[in-house]
Write a protein that binds this ligand. Structure first.
Ligand SMILES: Cc1ncc(COP(=O)(O)O)c(C=O)c1O
Length: 289
């Protein structure tokens, strides 16, 4: 598999990042995961816009390679050269503040950001989508800028590990009595005839799939309310589901070992799952790129 690193396309096994890279030493960088369907990138502009916003917020200087058109060109070339134009794939994009002697403050302005892209074949988890998955709840131990998609993922890693050790797929995070999001997904609950989700704030990542799903939900006639589920409410929702670039819409049918609703994927969730699948199929056929 070819990857892209700092201006070069090279085999993954030959790619080397400096030990002084601030992504390695400080977790000082941002990333995105973009889905490709039949070689077409799904919601790529939204992903790259979010990454640009993250770089701005962190003061990471853009370079020629971090321009949107350049990144899209690199991503497409990797998909092509890695034989991923058929079926599904993911594109990983990471930009760090670059390599410099280890000092906490920003390095000299001339330090070039490290730019890394790779692609991987992706098999949508079709089976689990139909039957639903288990989740656990756990405290949200993250910082107060969860809206930035940084490579500082330690609390997410620890939460996901707890979930896996409990035989679950996702860890749903709780902060100050409310549900924020999943370790790597956005969280929605259906109750009292509404779909509830945490508002876009500094305590959640504004998920790209979350945005698409909210739009699809409105088009299907659902009322979507951006008000977080309270910890006590999540136990009595009719339906619970998570969304994400590699998760799509996944029903959560067990929470902390107990059934959610009647313990099966519900009609709201399944309707949105189908609507998203349809949107991705249409986007793959319609838009170049
Ligand atoms: C913490 C967190 N929330 C939500 C998401 C879902 O975001 P998206 O739909 O943009 O993939 C992710 C994706 O990795 C995530 O890490």
């Amino acid at each position: 598999m070819l990857i892209f690193l700092n201006g070069e396309f090279l085999p993954r096994s030959e790619a080397k990042v400096s030990v002084d890279d601030r992504g390695f030493v400080f977790g000082d960088g941002v990333y995105e995961v973009i889905r490709a369907v039949g070689g077409r990138l799904f919601t790529a502009d939204e992903h790259l816009e979010r990454m640009e916003g993250g770089m701005r917020a962190l003061g990471i200087q853009p370079s020629e390679e971090t321009q949107r058109a350049a990144l899209l060109g690199i991503a497409r070339r990797l998909l092509r050269e890695n034989g991923l134009l058929d079926g599904e794939a993911t594109v990983y994009v990471q930009v760090t503040r670059g390599a410099a002697p280890r000092l906490h403050q920003f390095p000299p302005a001339a330090t070039r950001p490290t730019v890394y892209l790779s692609t991987a074949p992706f098999l949508p988890p079709v089976e689990i989508r139909g039957v639903g998955a288990a989740a656990i709840t756990t405290p949200d131990l993250r910082w107060s800028r969860c809206d930035l998609k940084t490579v500082n993922l330690l609390p997410n890693v620890l939460a996901k590990q707890l979930a896996v050790e409990a035989g679950a797929t996702e860890a749903i995070l709780m902060r100050d009595g409310v549900v924020t999001e999943g370790a790597s997904t956005s969280v929605f609950g259906a109750m009292d005839g509404r779909i509830r989700t945490h508002p876009a704030s500094n305590y959640i990542l504004p998920g790209i799939t979350r945005g698409v799903v909210m739009e699809l939900a409105a088009a299907l006639g659902h009322r979507v309310v951006q008000r977080p589920l309270l910890v006590e409410e999540i136990r009595r929702v009719d339906e619970l589901f998570i969304t994400g670039t590699t998760t799509d819409v996944l029903p959560i049918v067990r929470l902390d070992g107990r059934p959610v609703g009647d313990g099966r994927p519900g009609p709201v969730t399944l309707g949105l799952q189908e609507a998203l699948a349809e949107r991705m199929r249409t986007a793959a056929l319609a838009k170049p790129g």
